[in-house]
Design a protein around this ligand. Structure first.
Ligand SMILES: NC(=O)c1ccc[n+]([C@@H]2O[C@H](COP(=O)([O-])OP(=O)(O)OC[C@H]3O[C@@H](n4cnc5c(N)ncnc54)[C@H](OP(=O)(O)O)[C@@H]3O)[C@@H](O)[C@H]2O)c1
Length: 294
């Protein structure tokens, strides 16, 4: 089976392509330079040329704050392009795995969001990602929509990378301690995407996040510990002190009930994933993607 990866030079795209290649899978890895997913003819031509059994859409507009003033551009990439991909997959019988986000929820829950919990995004980015989920499932009901969150990996900008850089500079750092989510390693996510490729019956919305939950403060402290630095250098701050154009969810932990019914191995606890991701995260940064991390 051939894999076609869009957005193949992004943080998740690179990790997925690397792991597929390591497993000697047949991969067409198409970065932005090779396939602009917003161009209908180019998307159709890519499907016709490569004839993949499965497409994984890692292309996205991930600049959460910029989307507040540029929602049309975000919608083109996050909602219109996934629809084009889904429509192009259908006549070829290709499967589609599409990536989405915890930002489709309002982020004011107290218990984990179920997969079928009503969406109610509070940011422009979240709205465009919610619209993308709906467009994909409407055009291709056999598609798999994976909502993930707080990604970090060996390439690309992420909170974890920022903390590694901040630790190296010395001194103390204030980190938000009243926003809770699920740090998720691109390595674990890529492995599960490969597993989904081997399990044809996995359809619909699934939550693909590492288990457990953390605040940004917890995550920063854990990074410092793994660097053998004093976690006391990380000081708790409130989100209100760091106002940003797009609202950030206070609680956006995703539940895994549907995942448990699929036969896929559960994703492990975030701390264990972060431990394994080190020291790969300390490798020199590849050229950053144009857009920042979501
Ligand atoms: N990062 C997170 O914390 C996070 C959290 C939740 C969900 N997600 C979702 O997970 C997925 C992967 O995220 P990521 O962090 O790997 O994103 P990323 O590093 O920003 O990668 C996105 C890629 O899409 C490419 N791209 C932009 N416009 C394109 C176009 N018109 N055609 C083709 N490719 C285009 C970008 O290339 P250029 O840079 O060259 O434009 C970039 O390589 C996304 O769906 C995102 O919404 C991410």
């Amino acid at each position: 089976m051939r894999w076609l990866i869009t957005g193949a030079a992004g943080m998740l795209g690179r990790e997925l392509v690397r792991r597929l290649a390591e497993n000697e899978e047949d991969v067409a890895a198409l970065g932005h330079d090779h396939l602009d997913v917003t161009r209908p003819w180019a998307v159709r031509a890519a499907l016709a040329e490569h004839r993949p059994g499965i497409v994984v859409n890692c292309a996205a507009y991930t600049a959460v704050d910029d989307a507040e003033t540029d929602e049309a551009a975000a919608a083109l990439l996050n909602a219109e392009a996934p629809r084009l991909l889904a429509e192009a997959c259908a006549p070829h019988g290709a499967r589609l795995v599409h990536l989405s986000t915890d930002y489709v929820f309002p982020g004011d829950a107290r218990t984990p969001y179920a997969e079928d919990h009503p969406t109610a995004p509070r940011s422009a980015y979240g709205r465009t990602k919610r619209d993308g989920e709906q467009a994909v499932l409407k055009a291709l009901p056999t598609a798999t929509v994976l909502r993930t969150a707080w990604l970090y990996g060996r390439t690309g900008r992420s909170f974890v990378r920022t903390m590694i850089e901040r630790e190296a500079r010395g001194g103390a750092i204030d980190v938000v301690a009243d926003q809770r989510g699920q740090p998720t390693w691109t390595g674990d996510l890529a492995d599960r995407i490969m597993a989904i490729g081997r399990l044809p019956g996995v359809h619909g919305v699934l939550h693909a996040t590492n288990a457990g939950s953390a605040t940004w403060y917890d995550l920063a402290q854990e990074v410092f510990r793994l660097l053998d630095a004093d976690p006391g250098r990380v000081r708790p701050a409130t989100g209100a002190a760091y106002r940003r154009p797009a609202p950030r969810p206070a609680y956006s932990v995703l539940g895994h009930d549907r995942w448990r019914g699929t036969g896929l191995a559960p994703l492990r606890d975030w701390r264990s994933a972060l431990r394994e991701a080190f020291p790969g995260l300390l490798a020199p940064e590849h050229p950053p993607t144009r857009r920042g991390a979501a």
